[in-house]
Design a protein around this ligand. Structure first.
Ligand SMILES: C[S@@+](CC[C@H](N)C(=O)[O-])C[C@H]1O[C@@H](n2cnc3c(N)ncnc32)[C@H](O)[C@@H]1O
Length: 241
C-alpha cells in the first residue's frame, strides 16, 4: 500500500471501517480466546480508524497499541477513541507492520483484521511469530476462496492478491509457519454488505478520488453482488508455541 494515494486514505477515513468486519464478530472471536495474562500486551496491527481497536479496548479494558501506516487514519482513530471515552486505553502509533516497534517475545495478543494481506499471509505469519510471548495469540482475517471454481470476475478482482487460497490453504500456511490453530470462522456476508454499502454511499457524495480509483471501488462492490458466495474473510485464531 506504499503507492496508496493520500486522497484514498482521506476517503477511507470517512468510513466506519476500512475492511469488511463487524463489532459483533470482533467481540465474539475475542471471547472465544484463551484467557490473557493479568497485564497483557495487546496490539491491533493495520488498525485503520480503529473499529476493532475500540472493541478490544472496551472488552479487555487494557491498553491497546494501535499500529497503522497512515497518520490520517490514526487521527480519526484518536477522535473516535475520545468520543467513546477510550483515550486512556487506545495508543495510536504510526508503524510499518513489517517492522513493528515491539520487543521480541512480548505480545500476548496481536489483532489484524483485513490487514495481513499487505504482507501476504506467509510473510505475516513469519514476521509476527517472533514478536509473540509464549502462548500468545494472533487473530487475523484474510480473504479466502470459498469455492474451487470462482467465476472470472472474482478471479479478476482478486488478481492483486495472487497468493489468496482456500481456508485449508490458510490453515496449512499457519501451521507450516509454526502456529497452532485454535479455531477459524468465516465472516458473515452481511459484514461485506455493510462495508461495500458504506463505500457506495461515500462514492455518492462529493469526493477527491481519481476516476479510475473510484471505478475500481464500484467494481469491487459490483463483483460482490454477483459472486458473494465464492469468496469471504476467514478469521484465524492462532497460538504461538
Ligand atoms: C484494509 S485496511 C483494514 C483496516 C482495519 N483493520 C479495519 O478492519 O477496518 C488495511 C489497513 O492497513 C494499513 N496499512 C497499509 N500498509 C501498512 C503497513 N505497511 N503497515 C501498517 N499498516 C499498514 C492501512 O492504512 C489500512 O488502515
Amino acid at each position: 500500500m506504499t503507492d496508496f494515494p493520500e486522497e484514498g486514505f482521506r476517503f477511507f477515513a470517512t468510513l466506519p471501517r476500512q475492511a469488511p468486519g463487524s463489532d459483533a464478530r470482533t467481540r465474539s472471536v475475542l471471547r472465544k480466546l484463551p484467557p490473557l495474562p493479568a497485564h497483557p500486551t495487546v496490539a491491533d496491527v493495520g488498525c485503520g480508524s480503529g473499529a476493532s481497536t475500540m472493541v478490544l479496548a472496551e472488552d479487555l479494558k487494557v491498553p491497546v497499541r494501535a499500529f497503522d501506516i497512515s497518520p490520517i487514519l490514526l487521527d480519526v482513530l484518536t477522535e473516535r477513541a475520545a468520543a467513546r471515552g477510550l483515550t486512556d486505553l487506545v495508543r495510536p502509533e504510526v508503524a510499518d507492520m513489517a517492522a513493528l516497534p515491539v520487543a521480541p517475545g512480548s505480545l500476548d495478543l496481536l489483532w489484524a483484521e483485513g490487514s495481513a494481506f499487505i504482507l501476504g499471509l506467509e510473510e505475516a505469519f513469519r514476521r509476527w511469530l517472533p514478536l509473540m510471548a509464549s502462548g500468545g495469540v494472533l487473530v487475523l482475517s484474510d480473504a479466502v476462496w470459498l469455492t474451487n471454481s470462482p467465476p472470472p470476475e472474482a478471479v479478476a478482482l482478486w488478481q492483486e492478491y495472487p497468493t489468496m487460497g482456500t481456508s485449508a490453504d490458510a490453515i496449512a500456511r499457519a501451521e507450516a509457519a509454526g502456529w497452532r490453530v485454535l479455531f477459524t470462522e468465516v465472516l458473515e456476508p452481511e459484514a461485506w454488505d455493510a462495508y461495500l454499502g458504506s463505500i457506495r454511499a461515500a462514492l455518492a457524495q462529493p469526493h477527491a478520488l481519481a476516476p479510475d480509483f473510484a471505478a475500481a471501488l464500484e467494481t469491487e462492490a459490483a463483483v460482490w453482488d454477483t459472486a458473494r458466495k465464492t469468496y469471504g474473510y476467514l478469521f484465524l485464531a492462532l497460538q504461538a508455541p
